[in-house]
Design a protein around this ligand. Sequence first.
Ligand SMILES: NC(=O)c1ccc[n+]([C@@H]2O[C@H](COP(=O)([O-])OP(=O)(O)OC[C@H]3O[C@@H](n4cnc5c(N)ncnc54)[C@H](OP(=O)(O)O)[C@@H]3O)[C@@H](O)[C@H]2O)c1
Length: 297
Amino acid sequence: MRILVTGATGTLGGALVPALLKAGHEVRALSRTKRDGSGNVEWMWGDLISGNGVKEAVRGVDAIAHLATSGRRGRGAVDVPGTRTLLILARQAGAPHVLLTSMVGADRAAYGHLRHKLEAERLVAESGLDWTILRATTFHQWLRRRLGDFAALPALPVDRSLPWQPVHTGEVATRVAALLSAGPEHREIEFGGPQVIGTEELVTTWLRASGLRRLRVPVRYPGRLYAAQRAGDLTTDALPKGGITWHDYLLPPPPVLSDDFASEHTASPTSPATQPEQDPDLRVYGGDEGYERPTRS
Ligand SMILES: NC(=O)c1ccc[n+]([C@@H]2O[C@H](COP(=O)([O-])OP(=O)(O)OC[C@H]3O[C@@H](n4cnc5c(N)ncnc54)[C@H](OP(=O)(O)O)[C@@H]3O)[C@@H](O)[C@H]2O)c1
């Protein structure tokens, strides 16, 4: 299949493009930055807000993985009007299957950014096109970046009442690729990480992995969205789930070596092989682009 990926340069897009190529699809990738076609990816310039370049991007594709978002601070500009533009032009271009990525809780707690995700879901479901919606929980990578924003502070505000269900984008990408290969579902599917953990565990693991010590200040985040999260509306029991835990993402177990191998390859304490890498995506999984599910023995 020829598949257009919007949001191909984003956190999930960086994992989805190689997953689709691996599954044997042709990939066309949309970005607001002009790039040369690299390898078997056909990069196309386009902007979902102005609509420029979108008509060309949807032409001749069998499916669209619609990942692009203006994010939590973007007032839904890409998620709602951008999605509307994409759907209109996709219909004119020959009605491909549209898979929209949304967030777990969009239907139960439509506040803030989730309100825009729910509206985008409605547009897709009522578009007249074949569709699938995949609602994912918070990505490991997104959470690690948000926690990193606090790294310079001497103390961390910790709301211990919030449950989290982080999931790895590599696993979300694998699920999206499988859904695209299988064809339209005409329903919303939820996909979450393997465990629901509290903020205390989330923060403790991150501090340990980052080699930081910080005072934790108990707080209670205000607002309807946090209240909904507290009530469990942003987590899911749906199966299948991802398999990579927050702990394994940040603090992966060392590889198990056979005695023979270990004695032949023992590295000195200062060898690069014994130095932890800074980026867990690269350290654990070889980066999103070359994502491979780690094997354990
Ligand atoms: N982050 C999470 O924890 C999370 C959890 C569940 C679900 N999701 C959903 O998963 C999807 C991907 O999220 P993400 O975190 O990977 O996104 P992201 O890293 O924030 O990337 C956003 C993408 O949107 C594209 N984009 C932004 N404005 C655009 C515009 N005007 N026209 C065209 N493209 C535009 C960007 O491409 P260029 O800058 O190259 O144009 C970029 O590739 C989204 O639907 C999101 O709602 C995210």
